[in-house]
Design a protein around this ligand. Structure first.
Ligand SMILES: [Zn+2]
Length: 286
C-alpha cells in the first residue's frame, strides 16, 4: 500500500546548510563553486588538502613535514586529555594537523605553499603547525621560490602553552629570511584569522590578500569593546574594513584566487628566460 511506502532516504552529505544565509544547497554544487554558497556567495571554511586541489597544478604537490604529528608535551588535561582530543580531531577533520605544507606549481610557477585548516582544533597554532610553516619557509628560501600561505586560525594552541607561543618567533624569523633574499611572500587571510597567527607569520606578507567577509584581528571585537568601553564601528575587523584602513591589499573572491596568484607571481617572480631557452636559472639571473 502506498500509505506505508518507505520514505526515500537522502544520502548523508547530499545537502548542506549555509552558515551565513541558512539556505540549503547541494553539497556538490557548493564544492563546484569552490565551497562558496550558491545563494549568498558566503566563503565557507576549506581544509588544507582542498586548497591544494583548488589552487595548485594537478599532481604537482609534494608535502613537507607530513610525518610530524602533534604530541601532548605538557600532559594537558581538562575534561578530556589533549591526547584524546588530538586523536578525535584527526579522525573528524581527516588531516594530521592544522597546517598542510608542501611544494608545487601554480600555472607552472614553482612555489612553496602552506594552508591552515580551521577544522583541526580551530586552526590553532601548536608546535607542529609552527614547524611546518617554518619548514615551508626554509624550503622556499633554499629553492629561491615564492612562498604562498593561507592563514586561518583561532590563535595559539592553549594545550601547548609557551611552546605554542614560541612558534610566533620561530615562524617570523624564518619568514624574515625570505625578505632578506628578496623572495616574495604572499599571504591570504581567510575567516577567521586571529590571535598569535595574526600577530606573527600572517602579518608579514609582502602582499596581503583576504577573502570577502573574513574576520581578521588579534583579540575579538567583544574583548576590545569591553576593554575600551566604546562602541566599535560597523564592520570592525572584517576584511572590507581592513582594506579601507590599508592593512589588506586586496580582497579576492575565491573563484578568482588562482588567477590572482598567477598574476602576482608573474609580476613578483617572473619565470626566468631559462624556462624557455634551456639555460639554467642561475645563468639567466643577472
Ligand atoms: Zn548562503
Amino acid at each position: 500500500m502506498a500509505f506505508f511506502r518507505k520514505k526515500k532516504e537522502i544520502p548523508i552529505g547530499l545537502w548542506m546548510k549555509c552558515p551565513a544565509c541558512g539556505k540549503m544547497a547541494f553539497t556538490k554544487t557548493v564544492e563546484e563553486r569552490r565551497n562558496c554558497c550558491p545563494e549568498c556567495d558566503h566563503h565557507m571554511k576549506v581544509n588544507g588538502p582542498t586548497r591544494v586541489k583548488q589552487l595548485l597544478d594537478e599532481g604537482s604537490f609534494e608535502s613537507i613535514g607530513e610525518g610530524l604529528t602533534p604530541r601532548d608535551l605538557l600532559r594537558f588535561k581538562d575534561e578530556h586529555s589533549y591526547e584524546d582530543k588530538l586523536k578525535k580531531t584527526a579522525v573528524k577533520s581527516g588531516v594530521s594537523e592544522a597546517c598542510t605544507a608542501g611544494r608545487g606549481t601554480i600555472d607552472g610557477h614553482p612555489i612553496t605553499f602552506a594552508a591552515m585548516d580551521f577544522s583541526f582544533r580551530g586552526g590553532s597554532m601548536g608546535v607542529v603547525v609552527g614547524e611546518r610553516v617554518a619548514l615551508a619557509a626554509d624550503d622556499a628560501y633554499e629553492r629561491k621560490v615564492p612562498f604562498i600561505l593561507i592563514a586561518t586560525s583561532g590563535g595559539a594552541r592553549m594545550q601547548e602553552g609557551a611552546l605554542s607561543l614560541m612558534q610566533m618567533a620561530k615562524t617570523s624569523a624564518t619568514i624574515a629570511r625570505l625578505r632578506d633574499a628578496n623572495l616574495p611572500y604572499i599571504v591570504l587571510l581567510a575567516d577567521p584569522c586571529t590571535g598569535g597567527v595574526s600577530a606573527s607569520f600572517a602579518a608579514q606578507g609582502d602582499v596581503t590578500l583576504a577573502e570577502p567577509g573574513a574576520l581578521i584581528g588579534f583579540a575579538g571585537p567583544r574583548v576590545i569593546q569591553n576593554a575600551i568601553k566604546a562602541t566599535l564601528p560597523e564592520g570592525f575587523q572584517r576584511a572590507e574594513f581592513l582594506l579601507d584602513k590599508g592593512y589588506v591589499d586586496r580582497i579576492v573572491n575565491r573563484k578568482d584566487l588562482r588567477k590572482e596568484l598567477v598574476t602576482l607571481l608573474e609580476y613578483l617572480a617572473p619565470m626566468p628566460a631559462a624556462a624557455t631557452t634551456g639555460e639554467t636559472a642561475a645563468e639567466a639571473t643577472p
